[in-house]
Design a protein around this ligand. Structure first.
Ligand code: GDP
Ligand code: MG
Length: 441
């Protein structure tokens, strides 16, 4: 009855499953780590709960403790939450002149980030950029942007005293059109905390500029407050993304997780200092590692998993070269393909496989087929997996039925298995084991 779990492959990867107790114990520590990183309490609680459900029952990798395994699961789940849709580090600025509206609290880094982004747009994307400061509250603010502009070689809208933010925004828009700019960036004034006047002002500016991107700039050190700020700006103004500043400090950046969880808006960039090139594309895995602060454990688990996979594929290659290519081997390969983004994804990565990927696609090979093929192998007995040649009509019917599929589909799988086996035997004879090994890595 435990046929399904008794395959060679399973025995190699599983030394046991995570019990509820294992998971709970480890998650207690994780929860503390999240709170220490300034993740807001409700977000930390929900996150831990979701992971608890997901982790219980998962396999533990050989040579790793249950606690370490949980940390790795948490780390991956963090990355999932932090990763938004869309490409981080990109801005929608086609159809010139496109406007980018910068919003946020005072001192969060709006002006600095405006200039950093302008520099990036100019240097990386070859855009002609115009920057305008709408900060009429502090006289020095407009000067600050003009100085930065001169420093990075990006034009700023000439300062005219006495204009209100909406008037300046209109002037920037006109000037951007007339001057042939691709992008104009509006650097708004902030307040120490959110107030009605600020929101109304930003709304009015937004209505004038119809920004292609509205970026909320948040101090990565503010932690808990960041959630409140992000929620408010998103509800009133509608933000398209977040820039997290001061990530060069000691803060662990828990704000990132809170904001993602609460607004669902992508984090696009992180600020890593006061200099104009201290701006980087947001990388979920780096920030996840920092929030959790357990990078060494994550690295350890990843290493163990890699080693195990390598050991397995080396063993498999050796056996296959001798002509032993079992259904379990095929299943392992299919599962690896799944992990690598399916058939198309994998072929795309292999040199010279582009043509084959096309053929595979034309033959109607989608990634559901991988799932179905794995299901078919799972419904074989251990003996059948080792010796598929014993499969006659009645066994075939049973297997297909077990997987909820047609016998014709099983026949296709068996044919593929035979062809792959033949190919490998040939390669083994040709003494190209090295090449196969390379291809498997
Ligand atoms: P604004 O009021 O939102 O426009 O904020 P500013 O752009 O004027 O920035 C306030 C201060 O924070 C300035 O001294 C900036 O140099 C500094 N700052 C901005 N971004 C970063 C960052 O990513 N790291 C560090 N360390 N300082 C930053
Ligand atoms: Mg400013």
């Amino acid at each position: 009855l435990s046929e399904r779990l008794s395959g060679v492959f399973d025995r190699l990867t599983k030394q046991g499953a995570l019990s509820e107790e294992d998971v709970k114990t480890a998650l207690r520590e994780v929860r503390v780590a999240l709170l220490e990183a300034d993740v807001s309490l409700p977000v930390a609680r929900d996150f831990v709960k979701a992971v608890q459900e997901k982790a219980t029952g998962q396999a533990v990798t050989k040579s790793i403790t249950p606690g370490q395994q949980v940390v790795k699961i948490v780390h991956d789940a963090l990355i999932d939450v932090l990763k938004g849709e869309g490409e981080p580090g990109t801005l929608k600025v086609d159809n010139p002149p496109a406007s980018v509206l910068m919003v946020g609290l005072q001192g969060s880094g709006k002006t600095t980030t405006t200039a950093k982004l302008a520099k990036r747009l100019k240097e990386k994307d070859g855009k002609r950029v115009l920057m305008a400061s709408l900060d009429v509250n502090r006289p020095a603010a407009m000067e600050q942007l003009a100085i930065l502009g001169a420093q990075i070689g990006v034009d700023t809208l000439p300062i005219i005293a006495g204009q209100d933010p909406v008037a300046i925004a209109k002037r920037a828009k006109t000037q951007a059109g007339l001057g042939g700019y691709d992008v104009y960036m509006l650097d708004t004034a902030g307040r120490l905390s959110i107030d009605e006047e600020l929101m109304q002002q930003v709304e009015a500016v937004r209505d004038v500029a119809s920004p292609r991107e509205t970026l909320l700039v948040v101090d990565g050190l503010t932690g808990q407050d960041a959630v409140h700020t992000a929620q408010n700006f998103d509800e009133r103004i509608g933000i398209s993304g977040v820039v997290l500043t001061r990530m060069d400090g000691d803060g662990r950046g828990g704000a990132a997780l809170s904001m993602r969880a609460v607004t669902g808006k992508p984090i696009k960039f992180v600020g890593l200092g006061e200099k104009m090139d201290a701006l980087e594309t947001f990388e979920p895995d780096r920030v996840a590692g920092r929030i959790l602060g357990m990078g060494d454990i994550v690295a350890l688990v990843e290493k163990a998993q890699e080693t195990l996979e390598l050991e397995q594929s080396e063993k498999m290659v050796k056996r296959m070269m001798k002509g032993h290519f079992t259904m379990n081997d095929l299943r392992m390969q299919l599962e690896q393909m799944q992990k690598m983004g399916g058939m198309q994804g994998m072929m795309g990565m292999m040199p010279g496989m582009g043509k084959m990927a096309k053929q595979v696609e034309d033959a109607g090979f989608d990634d559901n087929i991988l799932k179905r093929q794995i299901a078919l192998i799972q419904s074989m007995t251990k003996k059948e997996r080792a010796n598929p040649q014993i499969l006659q009509a009645s066994r075939k019917k049973r297997i297909a039925k077990g997987a909820g599929l047609e016998v014709s589909e099983l026949n296709k799988l068996l044919k593929m298995h035979r062809q792959m086996g033949d190919m490998m035997k040939k390669m083994g004879k040709m003494g190209k084991g090295g090449m196969m090994k390379q291809a498997m890595k």
